[in-house]
Design a protein around this ligand. Structure first.
Ligand code: ZN
Length: 305
């Protein structure tokens, strides 16, 4: 059955050409997946901006208003690393709405993929490392608040530790955070999550996959979440500019299959977000497509509606 995906044409907000964030990747990823027939045009769902009340389940008004009106202080702005232009503010609110929509599609259909999301360095009161609002944290809080779910597991395999998500849920037992990351990498000061698996620089496919296979099935059985939010960041790849780990393309593909298979064989609805990745646009977009292709395969394999 076709995989539902979530995308908005405004995701790739214009940035100065010298900016190091690869903002065009969202548009190119959507285009590539359609061209390759991984995704069907009638299964591309367009999100609305996140409602202010929903955003405020995680981010206090003083922070989201200061960001959206470009009133953050210079140090706060620098910590984020993206300019609060009107299109960027718009795409930031849209992308959080996108992860919430993806999570709801996953609850209905078993599996869904967002062609953006995974801004896991955003804390409730400040942004950091290209992350402004924490999309997975907001989606989790909204779905818990409405009673659509009771327990959530965030599986964060972006190479950087999910410090913002850990901070959001440190005192919320309904959400478990699992982060597999390069120990020496950003953020310098980690925030303790529920399950943290730090890896040495240069870790490659076998050891990386073993670390996940060791912990994830147990975590799924123990927590029995009603929903998994999967951050499939591709920055553990050996060519990534900010990564420090050494995964191959095949390693990323095996990782995504491992995670999705572990969730779906337990009938746990799963929403994927693309997370981080830093390289030239062409190889980067190919890498982000891996998780969507894996999800499309799994949707067929498990015969999801
Ligand atoms: Zn990252």
């Amino acid at each position: 059955m076709p995989l539902p995906v979530v995308y908005h044409p405004h995701y790739s907000a214009p940035l100065p050409s010298t900016h190091r964030f690869p903002m065009a990747k969202f548009r190119l990823l959507h285009q590539l997946l359609l061209e390759q027939g991984v995704v069907q045009a009638d299964e591309v769902h367009r999100p609305l901006s996140i409602a202010r009340r929903d955003l405020e389940s995680v981010h206090p008004r003083r922070y989201h208003e200061a960001f959206s009106r470009d009133h953050l202080t210079r140090p706060e702005q620098r910590r984020i690393g993206l300019p609060a232009t009107r299109p960027l503010v718009q795409r930031t609110w849209l992308a959080v709405g996108g992860t919430l929509l993806t999570a709801r599609l996953a609850l209905q259909r078993g599996l869904a993929s967002h062609l953006a999301g995974g801004t896991h360095h955003a804390h409730p009161g400040f942004g950091s490392g290209f992350c402004i609002f924490n999309d997975c944290a907001v989606a989790a809080r909204v779905l818990l608040g409405t009673g659509e779910v009771r327990r959530i597991l965030i599986v964060d395999l972006d190479v950087h530790q999910g410090d913002g998500s850990a901070a959001c849920f440190q005192h919320d037992p309904r959400v478990t955070t699992l982060s597999v990351h390069a120990a020496s990498n950003f953020p310098l000061r980690k925030v303790d999550g529920d399950i943290d698996i730090p890896l040495a620089d240069g870790t490659s496919d076998d050891d990386y996959l073993a670390a996940i296979a060791d912990r994830l099935p147990d975590a799924l059985d123990t927590i029995a979440p009603d929903l998994v939010l999967y951050n499939a960041g591709v920055d553990p790849h050996h060519d990534d500019r900010l990564g420090r780990l050494a995964l191959s393309d095949a390693g990323l593909k095996m990782r995504d299959r491992l995670v999705l298979d572990a969730c779906l064989r337990r009938r746990i609805p799963t929403a994927t977000v693309i997370g981080g990745g830093y390289d030239a646009l062409d190889p980067l977009v190919q890498r982000h497509a891996i998780v969507v292709r894996a999800a499309a395969e799994q949707a067929r394999l498990f015969d999801l509606p």
